[in-house]
Design a protein around this ligand. Sequence first.
Ligand SMILES: Cc1cc2nc3c(=O)[nH]c(=O)nc-3n(C[C@H](O)[C@H](O)[C@H](O)COP(=O)(O)OP(=O)(O)OC[C@H]3O[C@@H](n4cnc5c(N)ncnc54)[C@H](O)[C@@H]3O)c2cc1C
Length: 141
Amino acid sequence: MDCQDDICNETHISLNIAFSGDIEVECPPDKNIVGQSGWALLHTMAAHYPDKPSEECKKIHQKFIQSFSRVYPCKSCASHFRYMMKNQPPELENREKLSIWMCNMHNEVNKMLMKPVFSCDMQSLDERWRKAEPPCNSFID
Ligand SMILES: Cc1cc2nc3c(=O)[nH]c(=O)nc-3n(C[C@H](O)[C@H](O)[C@H](O)COP(=O)(O)OP(=O)(O)OC[C@H]3O[C@@H](n4cnc5c(N)ncnc54)[C@H](O)[C@@H]3O)c2cc1C
């Protein structure tokens, strides 16, 4: 991908942490960290979207997704997201439709980047983005 933004420099630093001698340094996020965080927000938002949203709720989410596709800091990614949304506008009728739409959008990017595609059924999506099943529901005291 031809991306000139600072954010598109992939650093290979996991979790944005580097070391200066023994001192842990928090680094600015690169494209991968922003991507993982961006998708986490979008999928989690869809996973918690109502089954019967009001018209107001649909409008707010529509505006948020449109705005997200304008302010996302990797400009070429944002432009690609807007292009995909022109062909497949957000499906805001209910939680299931929005979750599956978001999954399909993400899979389009996965395919372009030659990453594995994710199963866009509600069970897989809820397990990943909403319900904490074992071992994800074991908390530290
Ligand atoms: C809106 C948007 C557009 C982007 N466009 C581009 C682009 O044009 N070019 C580019 O190089 N990068 C783009 N990115 C970044 C890219 O998608 C990845 O986030 C980045 O490459 C890091 O990938 P990753 O393998 O760590 O996992 P990610 O792709 O970030 O996925 C994070 C986690 O989401 C889950 N997941 C994967 N696929 C799905 C799915 N279909 N549905 C639900 N959950 C899923 C998996 O558990 C995965 O571990 C974009 C990010 C966003 C948020």
